[in-house]
Design a protein around this ligand. Sequence first.
Ligand code: MOS
Length: 760
Amino acid sequence: MAITGKPIDRVDGRLKVTGTATYAAEFNQPNMAYAVPVRSTIAKGTITTFDTVAAEKSAGVIAVLTHKNASRLKAINPEEQMKAGVIFIGEDLVPLQDNQVHYFGQFIALVVAETYEQARSAAALLEVTYNKEKHAIDLVSELPKGYKPKLLFGREAQLNTGKTADLIAASPHKIEQTYTTSTENHHPMEPHATVAVWEGADKLTLYDATQGVVITRAIAAYFLNLKPDNVRVISPFVGGGFGTKGTWLHIVLAAMAGQVTKRPVKLVISRQMMQTNVGRRSATIQKIALSSDPKGKLTAIRHNSETYTNLTQFFEPSGLATAVLYEAPLREITYQVAKLNVGAPTFMRAPGEAPGTFALESAMDEMAFEMKIDPLAFRVLNHAATDPETKHPFSANYLLECYRVGAEKFGWSARKMQPRQTRNGKYLIGYGMATATYPAGRSSASARVQMTIKGEIKVMTAASDIGTGTYTVLAQTAADALGVSVERITVEIGDTNLPPAPIAGGSQTTASVHPAVLAAVETLRKDLMLLAFSDTKSKLNGRKADEIDFAKGKFYLKGDASISDSYADIMSRNNKQIMEACATSMPASGSGLGAPVAPCMVVPLATEENSDAKKYSFHSFGAQFAEVWVDEDLGTIRVSRFTSVQDVGRIMNEKTARSQIIGGVIFGLGAALMEETQYDKHWGNPVTRSLADYHVPVNADVPQIDVHFIGKPDPHISSIGARGIGEIGITGVSAAIANAVFNATGKRIRSLPLTLDKLL
Ligand code: MOS
């Protein structure tokens, strides 16, 4: 393994920094028209009239679509959708089918024009009247009318309801607190965009910014009543996803506009639409109660999470981490969900764990303080050696090592137990830490590998690189498995014409796709070697596989590298210009690592296929450490340094892995200190409309982030030993920062973001 793990530069880095990587909105077509959606200006009610005359007369306008003239699409039908692989659909609302308004900003019309500017200008001329109804926008007042969800990702949502009450009430050592987190919106650098091109009456190509071309194809085919084989989705580069680029049905709006205008149509989501139409992380109100014995061993954990949803089954699952962290004889996790007239919530980097670990890890800090135990020692004391909920052993778990390494690298021993002990001028300095965790998923995936006689190797799979490094690490895996340099490898991804791969979501691309690529490359290598063995002109004629090693594009005899045969010579003597192999890898039932199945299969991709989950609990773990400086006069908080230690299995590329964790920590820093979507209660619209008022961290907000990996392979996740790494980086970050603020100031803030008004 010469290259895997090495911090090599991104193979697509040059394309990106020179602006030559092509993103969805850049696939301009001849004769292309531009579509701009019109959004509702009420949060609930019905549309009574549309006056489209002025818009239609406006310069360059080709069509104005509303529910009155738009074609009828397939309706929402969860059972049928499931069968068709329609998963990770953003909201259960097919656009322009009726006059109902469910949230402020809902797409209610579409203007198509010769240019983007013309479409946008005409969109402003559309006159809409409504029959406005009273909308629900306030979480606290709507919660009593809400519901208790039965299922969460196919499992029981409510655990041990009501069981902890007496135990916690009777315990002399306990804390019981409420923590709140704000609604947040995803803001990848690249907003969603689609270019829809009809290649015939029933054949569609979509250039789309998506985390998964396979699911986007399934969704487009389903709602437009097309055969999936007749829909091609192309998405070679994606400028960030974070959960918002599942699939939202503006893709069918673009396709509908294409049908009406008989032209290719581009639809780009604006930054303001990112706040209303493509998901969010809902606000949460989390009540946590912990009780402990006199020695600091937890006796019960209760976590009740309240949140809101609309137009989807999804709700922010904040109790997920609570189910897996810490040993405690009794654990109660419950949910209450209200329905608000706000756009659909969706997956956002570590959905559940991100806000959930704020509450749980703040509560752990409070309990440790109550027990006069160092917060890190308190966590070690309550460490769960096996999964406390399922009782299964972890596939691998080096959390204790994360704590130890983190404490050492950060200098945790210098922390004072009592707050307000460390000061530099007007700044109070504090240390805080928290545990990170995220489950490790794996799905089936297929890959094809080709090698030419010139030694050019192509790796093909319909996976996505949403900025994560997929191109690079796949090239590393293939290079090592063939014993060639990484420059020889070209990776083709993001196209439904390639062998299917799962969505880049749930931190599962590496664990899912690499076993398939590895199996395909190994098949190719074996085919090539067998050609040499059976070739009387080969120096390796008659040899056996276990006598052979490979490097630098050659097979050679172990112990005598002079007895060798190069891939090029073997292919040349056998008149082969190109050789190819395919494989599918599946985390199949009871098969340990999951079996590679050759050749490439067009398998329906399920998200939770890993039946090894019945034998092992697959999770990543980490420890987050923050130092903050708090200005005592102004209440401003600056994170001055941050240490993150992660146990995520084998590291495929130290540089892209480190970037993932840094990105996660910055995401968490944003949630901790500034990110907050605020709604006007009267109109139901987000008043934080753009990045001018929805604040995300900029370089000046971000300190030195020190990242360390345990790096030990997970022997059960796959043949690769790597677990996903995209989401764990954010978990625990906001709690580590809030805990550091308490250590600095003595003030416990239980509400995110930690803005100065809450501190003063
Ligand atoms: Mo991630 S929130 O599963 O894209």
